[in-house]
Design a protein around this ligand. Structure first.
Ligand SMILES: [Zn+2]
Length: 154
């Protein structure tokens, strides 16, 4: 009866993660390890599994490029994760303010993508990925063993 409530899942740091079995059932859960990494878990046939790489908290992060409004929030949280962009895994940064229910997601020198209202950095990431991978002209959604080389002419 409890098989789906068990969290057979360990953080990268080695700590086993679990949640209260009294929590109401849902198809997605978020877990934060004591080391600070955040996981979005999805209920799959075999049980709970991390849908994506963990969000890794960042003490320092280049804040340039994010909006002044969000940068000056005292409760700003910073995370990063990696995402496949044009065939490469590149770091993506999240600036999230719980009080403003706002996040900005940014990679490279692109303009930040604003997500609001949003209640967690994990939610912001999902929305960003949905947006990013569905942009016209991008191969994110269909990129399988994409051997398409983006040759940058020098
Ligand atoms: Zn951990």
């Amino acid at each position: 009866m409890n098989e789906k409530n068990a969290a057979p899942f360990s953080c990268v740091c080695g700590k086993r993660l679990a949640w209260e079995t009294t929590e109401s059932p849902a198809e997605k859960r978020e877990l934060t390890c004591s080391c600070g990494r955040k996981y979005g878990l999805e209920l799959q046939k075999a049980g709970w599994a991390p849908g994506l790489d963990p969000l890794i908290p960042e003490a320092r992060q280049p804040l340039s490029g994010f909006s002044q409004e969000l940068r000056h929030r005292a409760d700003c949280e910073r995370y990063h994760f990696s995402h496949r962009i044009s065939g490469h895994r590149l770091p993506v940064h999240i600036l999230f303010s719980p009080s403003a229910k706002t996040a900005e997601v940014k990679t490279g020198d692109r303009k930040p993508f604003k997500v609001a209202p949003v209640h967690s950095p994990e939610e912001a990431r999902r929305q960003w990925i949905e947006w990013f991978d569905s942009r016209p002209g991008r191969d994110g959604r269909r990129a399988r063993s994409s051997s398409r080389l983006q040759s940058v002419s020098t």
